[in-house]
Design a protein around this ligand. Structure first.
Ligand code: G4P
Length: 543
């Protein structure tokens, strides 16, 4: 058993720990809703033999239940709000797929998830190309310096030209796509993949066979380029020519450029038919980075082989209404984690016992005894832990906080019955610390009915649903006519508060926010009072 004070017992031999780090791959899928994220997740689970058959996989009800559906609202809307992680072994690697919420209203949660991964898979619907949520999330991945692998999905359906989609990626996001595999067969008649060699020449043809409903792994047959030309004729020649064109344009894979975020390896796939899914796993294993050191608040690097440390990136309550539990998900940054070890919570300096440690995927919960950098572990009843917090043993470390998104929706929340005020307050504090919404207060409005600030209005629905479901408090929401927020300070606040149509609040984290009805109002105030502090909030979704 490890102890928090003894590095001799907490630090496993660097060799073994180093090996565990080297074989880990931690990634998230970023996509616009309906691009096929749930289907791809299932297909990966199928390949990793986590599930034996994708059962009702492509029937709505069955498929959705493999992703988290802990809340009625999630079920009703077919979205996933909670972020969980699927861990599986593939070859010699341990792969952690961290789930992201499916709806743009929860993009702040997605942002937090992206602080916990080392790579992202950008999933694009072949017929639709780049969609708004893909663009937004890609920007976040870029801001965080996360390498991106692109999967062009639904190639089994009629769509666009393969190279046309690549041009769109170059033009709209400035990322150079470097296909590792090209589709053989036009969109809608997907036969297999051409594997591109270093110089763009085809090295092999992987031919897939459809299985009934795509419920099981699609059998693969491998052919040499010559055999492929004989077997497939024109469609093979077209793919081989496209490959050469890409090479001529310099679109061949370069590992350094990929890791630096300049290029993105591309795979054409059909998650539904399980075509290209094994090739994605192969790419993750061979090209995606293993966990790396992370900078702390002082700019020092915490090496992966240093004593245990982790960041909390998600807090989730109410996943199991019978137990009223609260799970804090940590991503391990360094060292070995052993369940039961006592760690220090950097924000409070208090010890934290890790007796109950779990992995959670959908309804599945498994106790975790040991975990390594890159792994995601849920800690049960971790009331003091909030997104951005650090846990460590031995050498003290604190990682930088996760910045909050700029809210664009504002509403006053009131308890319907004054008798429930105590529960109401408790619930607000709880949801605030979990990062479900931002909570704003000012002296004028008082504390009885706080103002909630959200990136998307569905976050308010989560608040009212949980208020009722978990705390038995009925609430009313009154929308406020503000659309944007700017960071201000105590010096500027009085003058801003005097402006008509502007209100100043303090967020729980101490940041002062001035709220404006629209960008014209903001522009007017800035013009009239150029000396007032009015700074944009965080990147990611800033206006
Ligand atoms: P999401 O999690 O990103 O929101 O997407 P999801 O997997 O739920 O997929 C959205 C729709 O796209 C589903 O259809 C799914 O079956 C379909 N889909 C996903 N991958 C592929 C693919 O590779 N090829 C084709 N042709 N379709 C794909 P749906 O009509 O909403 O549901 P269902 O009735 O088909 O299950």
């Amino acid at each position: 058993m490890s102890s928090p004070t003894s590095s001799a017992t907490t630090a496993p031999t660097p060799g073994r720990l180093g090996d565990e780090v080297a074989r880990r791959r931690t990634f998230a899928v970023i996509s616009h809703p309906d691009a096929g994220k749930s289907t791809l997740t299932e297909a990966l689970a199928l390949h990793a033999k986590v599930i034996s058959e994708a059962g009702a996989i492509h029937g709505k009800s069955g498929r959705k239940s493999t992703v988290s559906d802990w809340m009625e609202m999630e079920k009703a809307r077919g979205i996933s709000v909670s972020s969980t992680a699927l861990q599986f072994e593939y070859g010699d690697c341990v792969i952690n797929l961290v789930d992201t919420p499916g709806h743009s209203d929860f993009s702040e949660d997605t942002y937090r998830v992206l602080t916990a991964v080392d790579a992202a898979v950008m999933l694009i619907d072949a017929a639709k190309g780049l969609e708004p949520q893909t663009l937004k999330l890609f920007q976040v991945a870029r801001d965080r310096g996360i390498p991106v692998i692109t999967v062009i999905n639904k190639w089994d359906r009629p769509g666009r030209e393969p190279l046309e989609l690549l041009d769109e990626i170059i033009e709209r996001i400035g990322l150079t796509p470097t296909p590792l595999f090209l589709p053989v067969g036009i969109a809608g008649d997907f036969r297999g993949l051409l594997r591109r060699g270093e110089d763009g020449a085809a090295t092999e043809y992987i031919n897939f066979t459809r299985t009934a409903g795509g419920a099981t792994i699609a059998p693969e047959e491998h052919y040499s380029p010559e055999q492929a030309a004989a077997k497939e004729g024109d469609v093979w020649t077209t793919a081989a020519e496209e490959s050469e064109l890409l090479s001529a344009a310099g679109q061949d894979h370069d590992q350094e450029l990929f890791l630096a975020g300049h290029t993105s390896p591309v795979i054409y796939a059909s998650a539904m038919l399980n075509f290209g899914v094994r090739q994605l796993l192969e790419t993750l294993v061979e090209l995606a980075p293993a966990p790396r050191s992370r900078k702390d608040v002082n700019g020092d690097q915490r090496e992966t082989t240093d004593p245990f440390s982790a960041v909390i990136f998600k807090v989730q309550a109410g996943m199991d209404t019978a137990h009223r539990d609260r799970l804090a998900f940590m991503r391990i940054v360094s060292g070995e984690f052993e369940r039961g070890m006592v760690v220090t919570h950097a924000q409070t300096g208090r010890p934290f016992a890790t007796k109950y440690a779990l992995t959670v995927f959908g309804r599945e919960r498994t106790t975790v005894d040991t975990a390594y950098p890159g792994d995601v572990v849920g800690l049960v009843n971790a009331t003091a832990l909030a997104p951005g917090h650090t846990l460590f043993v031995d050498k003290k470390v604190q990682f930088p906080p996760i910045p909050s998104f700029a809210p664009e929706h504002f509403a006053i929340l009131r308890a319907q019955s004054a008798g429930k005020y105590k529960q109401f307050r408790k619930a607000i504090d709880q949801l605030d610390s979990e990062g479900v919404v931002q909570v704003l207060r000012n002296d004028v409005r008082g504390d009885a009915s706080p103002v909630l600030a959200a990136v998307g209005p569905m976050q308010f629905e989560v608040v009212t649903a949980r208020m009722l479901g978990e705390y038995n408090v009925e609430t009313n929401l009154d929308n406020l006519p503000y659309q944007l927020a700017r960071r201000t300070d105590a010096e500027s606040a009085p003058e801003l508060a005097r402006q008509r149509g502007v209100e100043v609040f303090t967020r729980t984290d101490g940041v002062m926010l001035a709220l404006f009805g629209d960008k014209w109002k903001l522009a007017y105030v800035q013009k009239e009072h150029p000396n007032l502090t009015l700074e944009p909030l965080v990147a990611g979704n800033d206006q």
